[in-house]
Ligand binder design. Sequence first.
Ligand SMILES: Nc1ncnc2c1ncn2[C@@H]1O[C@H](COP(=O)(O)OP(=O)(O)OP(=O)(O)O)[C@@H](O)[C@H]1O
Ligand SMILES: [Mg+2]
Length: 344
Amino acid sequence: MTAGPTIPRRGVITESMSDYLGSHPGLKYVFFGGKGGVGKTVMAGATALWAAEQGRRTLLASTNPVHSLSGLLDQNVFGKHTPVSGVPKLWAYEIDTRETIERSKREIREKIQWFLKFAEISTKADEFVESATMNPAFEESAMFENMIDLMFKNEYDIYVFDTAPTANARRLLGMSKVYSLWVNKMLKSREEAQSLRQMLSFSKKKEEDPLMDYLVDFQKRMAHARELLTDEQRTAFFFVTLPEALPIAVITRFINWFHEFGIPVGGVIVNMRIDRSMVGADSAEFVRNRLTMQDEHMETIWDLFDGQVRAIVPLFETEVRGVAMLRRLAQAVFAAAAPAAPAG
Ligand SMILES: Nc1ncnc2c1ncn2[C@@H]1O[C@H](COP(=O)(O)OP(=O)(O)OP(=O)(O)O)[C@@H](O)[C@H]1O
Ligand SMILES: [Mg+2]
């Protein structure tokens, strides 16, 4: 951090990406959110590469059902923590979504079966399992749980997640207070029911109650997740946008949600900005028009996110693929001196 108050100057990055990471040395969980196709995966890749090259044990992980890390890195990282060739201290990992969901289904089935037996209901568990698991929200929360398991294991110095489970994090964290009340109520009535059963039975030994164990455990895990995900020394969500209307609208909405729920917003990364020095009067009209359009949307960006813009990344002549290209992107994202937006 710079000493003294920073006087915001419009059109200038006051705290760059590397400033932010420098002033948050305990940062451990980094997420990227934004509209489809804006560059979340490449930003996650560049950030993970940068962290690893700073000497931190880094995991670049994808919890998306549609993975793109193997494509980004040009190597297969599906299903297990895989060392990234040529980058010591960097591992990448695409979670096997199918396997995760199957496992969650098995667990749910066991719980439902146990409960039906406990409640002496003679229905087959299958129907319940079907209705509990045949919806996208189930898959989403299975992936969310998988992500927090990864976080709890604590095997790395820093975790960079490709694609923030934005809606999910918001929903879960937003609900978690209500949810806590609910679980407490459930627990209380379970305890009462249990002591009643014990009183009625001759045996005084405590009955085992997997459902209650599960509720207690689940509540603990959610509380822990909430604690980690709302700690601004440990967690940051960065939002990627293009200098275009729709991606700006999307992150505006996300950022508002996140503030509402106390989830730390690390800042905004503007991607695919056309390099002005490459455009002249003789450039194609198409390119000149796009630059003008970008200039206009940059104004909106400064209006909305002044003080939160951490990097402005140029549009490269090719897609971002492979470690060498990622390194080049990381340079642009973490350039110590943030490029001031050209005046005019
Ligand atoms: N600054 C850039 N210059 C050139 N190409 C870029 C730049 N940033 C990203 N790209 C390319 O744009 C495409 C989209 O990027 P990326 O896959 O990271 O987006 P995403 O937000 O993760 O997309 P999705 O929502 O589908 O997951 C990729 O082909 C990537 O290589
Ligand atoms: Mg992606």
